[in-house]
Write a protein that binds this ligand. Structure first.
Ligand code: 5GP
Ligand code: ZN
Length: 134
C-alpha cells in the first residue's frame, strides 16, 4: 500500500507537505518542485505502485480522467496554449521517482520545454515483429 522509503508515498499521504492542487481518496495532485513550465503538476496515487505496469486498472482509469480535469483548469487559468501529459516508466524512459506519477505540463507558444524526438524510420522487419505481438 505505502512503501517506507518512497518520497511520493509520503507526499501523497500528507506526511511531507506539498503544494497541493487537488486531493481525493485515491490521489493527490501537486506542483512539481522542478517545473518544466509554469503550472507543471504531478498526479500521485496514494497507494504505492512503482509504475504503470503495477498500477491497478481502476486507478489508471481514474488517473486519466483526473488528468483531463487538471489539464483543463491549468490551461484555462494560466492561459496556456497546449498541455503535454508525460508518464515515464523505468530508468531508460527517464523515470527518476519510482512511484507512478503523471506529469501535466502546460505549454506556451515558443517556450523552451523539450518533449520531442527525432523521427526514425519504421522498417518492415520491426513493423512485422510488432504487429505479431498483438
Ligand atoms: P520522473 O523523472 O520520475 O518522471 O519525474 C519526477 C519528477 O518529480 C521530476 O519532475 C521532479 O522535479 C519531481 N520531484 C522530485 N522530487 C520531488 C519532491 O520532493 N516534490 C515535488 N513536488 N516534486 C518532486
Ligand atoms: Zn510510493
Amino acid at each position: 500500500m505505502v512503501s517506507d522509503n518512497c518520497i511520493f508515498c509520503k507526499i501523497a499521504n500528507g506526511e511531507i507537505p506539498s503544494a497541493t492542487l487537488y486531493e481525493d481518496e485515491d490521489f493527490r495532485v501537486i506542483l512539481d518542485l522542478g517545473p518544466a513550465s509554469k503550472g507543471h503538476a504531478l498526479i500521485l496515487p496514494k497507494k504505492h505502485a512503482a509504475n504503470l505496469f503495477e498500477l491497478p486498472d481502476e486507478t489508471a482509469s481514474k488517473a486519466i480522467v483526473l488528468a483531463k480535469k487538471v489539464a483543463s483548469t491549468l490551461k484555462e487559468g494560466l492561459h496556456a496554449d497546449g498541455v503535454n501529459l508525460v508518464q515515464n516508466n523505468g530508468e531508460a524512459a527517464g523515470q527518476t521517482v519510482f512511484h507512478f506519477h503523471m506529469h501535466i505540463i502546460p505549454r506556451y507558444q515558443n517556450d523552451t520545454v523539450n518533449v520531442t524526438w527525432k523521427p526514425g524510420e519504421l522498417t518492415e522487419t520491426d513493423k512485422n515483429e510488432i504487429l505479431g505481438l498483438f
